[in-house]
Write a new protein. Sequence first.
Length: 284
Amino acid sequence: MTIGIGELARRTGLTQQVVRIWESRFGFPVPARTEGGRRRYAEADVDRVQRVLALKDSGVRLAQAVDRVRAEETSGPQSVYAALRERHPQVESRVLRRDVLVAISQAIEDEAMSRASRPVVFGAFQRESFYRHASPRWNEIARTAACCVVFADFDVPSARARSPVEIPLAADAPLLREWAVVVVAPSLSVALAAWEIPPQPGRPQGRREFESIFTFDPAAVRTAAQVCLGVARAAGTVPQPLLATMSESLATEPTTTHGVDSLVLRAFDYLQRLAPHVDLPGGP
């Protein structure tokens, strides 16, 4: 389905003249042409323009905003963990057991729910069966979130009201082997990303281990969220209004961290319940 320049202008708040100026000056957005020479735009162009406007409103110069949106679409990474390691090498990683990751993930989820501050929340679950086990918690997160998106090997996409948007991952998708929980909100920004380490000689049978990053660094959290947004956008199944909401929420570069103390205390409390099976850092 395509739309005309008038509809694009109406849905983005621009005038038709400004749309034409952007096309002439920046080559953006790029319309198709009918035999009669009329401009026709893809539905996705609405989101692209809205993302540029959100960046511009946050203080980014127009030309830079256009370049950033183009760059995100042409070279966006597909792995949260890899993007964090590449762009934020100062953020340390650690090998964690699955039960430890569960405890930290649930602390993040519960903290996001307790604050009810309309967060943008992403989750990567590897397998649909893993997600179904956690879906009651995530349905509750979605109930008060601005938007909530989950990735797994789903058979079909789903975007039901007041439920997480379910995005299927291809068999070769890097995110398919990752575990991730990313929350972006004014009162809480945190990212947990991990990839599962294949079985190693000497490891107890059935023990699953993950190389993991757990960070409150605002720039790193934003990177993780942008990767998730890029994967969601590339899937082509997320409703445009939700994409616009996510883009607007991530347009402003965060400069401070919030909610660190309460989340760390909650995480330690959940981890303590696993003792004596968990070796916490700093012990003898």
